[in-house]
Design a protein around this ligand. Sequence first.
Ligand code: UTP
Length: 275
Amino acid sequence: MITKCLFPVAGYGTRFLPATKSMPKEMLPVVNKPLVQYGVEEALEAGMTTCALVTGRGKRAIADHFDISFELEHQISGTGKERYLDSIRNVLDKGVFTMVRQREMKGLGHAILTGESLIGHEPFGVVLSDDLCLNDGPGVLSQMAELYRQFRCSIVAIQEVPMEDVNKYGVIAGEALKDGVYRVDKMVEKPDPADAPSNLAIIGRYILTPDIFDILRETEPGANGEIQLTDALQTQAQRGCVMAYRFKGRRFDCGSVPGFVEATNYVYENIYSNQ
Ligand code: UTP
């Protein structure tokens, strides 16, 4: 049973400036709920009740979001507005929130290594909350946790993308074991479309085995000075097993403005309006 999920939320969110100058990107609301809350709800649904946040400077709003606001509670207690707090109260009832600060933004791999003290020596989920994943049935992390029970190794969520877009993603190559499940033997970060091993792109959901921490410690920073998770996963794939899973559901790239607008329209029309 995987009980912990890591949320690297320390990034700058430059693609959303000036909105993200003093507000964390992860607090941008898709309709009426911040991005990070969607991710936390997905983790809780998968049984991952300890949500470990790797935060950074300027991210206090995230810590405050996952805490009680006494003034607000007092103000609206007994009024018809209390129901607006239902979803976050539900999250706070179910989850435990732990935090560590990433002092220097040295990439996703470094953010995950920073989270080691919150995770310890056990397998864990990872959610990049700017990828919003929605499914009518079990959420993407639930699907991946089920697969983990079968294979007991790291799992990356993948999606087919147009070949001309592969340079925005990490891409895998591997052997298909069954429908939607691949044993990974190669991973390349942001390949040129001409050199890409496939159009199977890694998106922001992972289950990682804890040996990833030792590998990340040994992983050299790439050309941009960042420690890439994909490099560490490549080492893990060579040593043992990494599976890739084509999940059921929809994913919106809310780290980009067009993806964020698409998600907002989708949630408004298909979820919010039906509540
Ligand atoms: P992104 O590549 O989307 O970077 O990071 P970003 O800084 O958030 O956004 P842009 O590109 O400047 O607009 C992917 C995920 O990894 C986290 C981010 O918060 C995001 O969830 N991250 C990235 C960290 O926590 N620390 C880092 O050093 C880098």
